[in-house]
Design a binder for this molecule. Sequence first.
Ligand code: BDR
Ligand code: CA
Length: 301
Amino acid sequence: MTRVIIDCDPGHDDAIALVLAHRYAQVLGISTVSGNAPLSETTANALMVTALLDVDTPVHAGAARPLVGEPRHAQVVHGASGLDGVERIEHRRTVESLNAIEFLLDAPDKDVWIVAIGPLTNLALALERDPSWVRRIAGISIMGGSATVGNTTRVAEFNIFADPEAAARVFGAGAELRMCGLNLTHQLRTTDAIVSRLQSVGTARARFAAQVFDYLHLRMEDLIGEREAALHDPCAVLAVTHPELIEMEPRAVDVELEGTLTRGMTVVDQRSSRRQDPANASVAYRIDAHRAMDLVLECMA
Ligand code: BDR
Ligand code: CA
């Protein structure tokens, strides 16, 4: 089984990614970061998901703010708790440490993938301490950025926009990178039909997933008038556990830090001529959404 560390900011889709990772990979640990909600909330949510799954995966709290500027959150989608709309589960789990950076630096091995599904602050801080860290891991699978449209701005995706300086360091670190951006994750969508299927499964995790999707559908109905939601973060897990489902192309990707309209954009070299810049990432373009959704449903049983 692929060995992974999940760096996350749960977050509804992060929570589903955690369920998938525990089913299809060996999860060595979870590091949390400020993102969808403040760090205290994302850490509490990560602990709650491990309680739901009845696993003792260590949870390490990381950065409470981006490298530059003030923290940005995505309450408009995920609510103030980062996981609004789901029943809270009583449990006794506590954090393993308040030093996710130390954990990230210590844990790796040549076969360990970091699955990064929140702002990239923890990873950038680890790189600052030890730039050779990326050569001691298998690679980094990122949900972030886009080769087309943005969501937080016209061209910037939330995880990158929330800490562009951190993202720039990670994209420039020389790591084996897989990038599942919005151009990919918009292809994997939940619907009310999926919620109905989950409601009939009868397990605690299926009930949880049904509540997660139902809440996201409600928010999307408000925001864009459609009861459907993209399952962003699970794509970055599948990119390492089931890479055969995802078509990726080597591309040069840089993060824009200066643009007045484009700060936080992942600028992907998609020129078809031979003048392409050297690739630093495998950019995901297509996913077998049918099979991917089957895998999501399978792990709720
Ligand atoms: C990303 O931002 C967050 O709101 C989601 O959890 C996902 O990681 C999508 O832009
Ligand atoms: Ca996330």
